[in-house]
Each structure stands twice: as C-alpha cells, then as structure tokens.
Design a protein around this ligand. Structure first.
Ligand SMILES: CC(C)(COP(=O)(O)OP(=O)(O)OC[C@H]1O[C@@H](n2cnc3c(N)ncnc32)[C@H](O)[C@@H]1OP(=O)(O)O)[C@@H](O)C(=O)NCCC(=O)NCCS
Length: 146
C-alpha cells in the first residue's frame, strides 16, 4: 500500500469509494468532478489517496481557507478498515497542513456516525458541544447522504 497525493484523475475511483461508505454527506456540486478539480487546484498539497494494486482503498480531502484547515470525506474501503490506514492518511494530511501555518483543523461528522466519531476521537479531534453548525445554500444544491 502506498500513500500519495490525490489527483483529479482519481475522481471516478474515489467517488466509488465514497458512495460505498455509510453515514457520509456529499452533494452534487462540491463533490462533482468539477468541484473536486476546483478544490484540488486551490489545495494541491494536502489531500491523499491510499493505493494498493491500482485500487484506491482510502482517501482524505483537506485544505484551508486562509484561516482554518478543514478535512472532508475521510474514507477507507470496508475490507481494509481497522488496519491503521485511516490513521496513516490523517498523519500524512496533518503533516502537509502543518506547513501552512494555520492554528486549527476542523471537520464535520454526522452524530449518527458512531464509527466515524470513534475514529476522530482516537485521532485527538475533540467534540464541540457548545456550537450549532449553521449554513445556507447559495445555489440549488442536492444532498447525497449515504
Ligand atoms: C472512519 C474510518 C475512516 C476509519 O478508518 P480505519 O482505517 O478503519 O481507521 P484506523 O484503522 O486507522 O483506526 C484508528 C482507530 O480509530 C478507532 N476506530 C476506527 N474504526 C472504529 C470503529 N468502527 N469503531 C470504534 N472505533 C473505531 C479505533 O480507536 C482505531 O484504533 P484500533 O483499531 O487500534 O482500535 C473508516 O471506518 C471509514 O471509512 N468509515 C466510513 C466513512 C466515515 O465514516 N468517515 C468518517 C467521517 S468523515
């Protein structure tokens, strides 16, 4: 298994992996090929794929907006879980984000995603119970909840 930078050419395999994961939230704009291409153009150094025999078995998407670092859609293929691949992807990603001189890294996980929350807890990402997450769609957007 090798961990390498994510490329937009990986999109089809990555999308297939994302759709195989339960309790994740995607949408038709940010997670389209164009959306991911735009994200990777702006954040070329901080997203990674775990690859084994040409198959993408893990992926982490991360970037910064100039103030905060964000991680999105951490996924490991079901048949490769609990082997430390998720942890290795997080380490690689944090190492790359470290170079950008920003103080915090944040992410969102559905409350119902017990495995996801247990994973992020194990990685030292503490839960904020004092805030309510709010957002507003600026265009028509279709949610794809898995
Ligand atoms: C969450 C996910 C990325 C973890 O990937 P992984 O490669 O299995 O994680 P690791 O093997 O590095 O696990 C590290 C630690 O996380 C915790 N952990 C991981 N999966 C867990 C689970 N299902 N239940 C409880 N704890 C879990 C454990 O403490 C584990 O250490 P251990 O195996 O020594 O006990 C993977 O389960 C996944 O892709 N899930 C679907 C997508 C998702 O929910 N993503 C997170 C939300 S964005």
């Amino acid at each position: 298994m090798e961990i390498r930078k994510l490329s937009v050419d990986d999109y089809d395999k990555v999308y297939e992996l994302w759709m195989s994961c339960r309790n994740m939230g995607f949408n038709n704009i940010d997670d389209s090929r164009e959306g991911i291409a735009k994200f990777l153009k702006r954040n070329p150094e901080t997203s990674f794929a775990a690859v084994e025999d040409g198959r993408i078995i893990g992926v982490i998407l991360a970037g910064n907006d100039g103030r905060r670092r964000y991680i999105y859609h951490m996924s490991v293929a079901e048949d490769h879980r609990r082997q430390g691949i998720g942890s290795q992807l997080v380490d690689k990603c944090l190492e790359a984000l470290e170079k950008e001189g920003i103080a915090k890294v944040a992410l969102l996980v559905f409350n119902r995603n017990e495995a996801g929350n247990a994973f992020w807890e194990s990685q030292g990402f503490t839960e904020r119970t004092d805030i309510t997450y709010r957002n507003k769609a600026l265009t028509e957007i279709i949610r794809i909840d898995t």
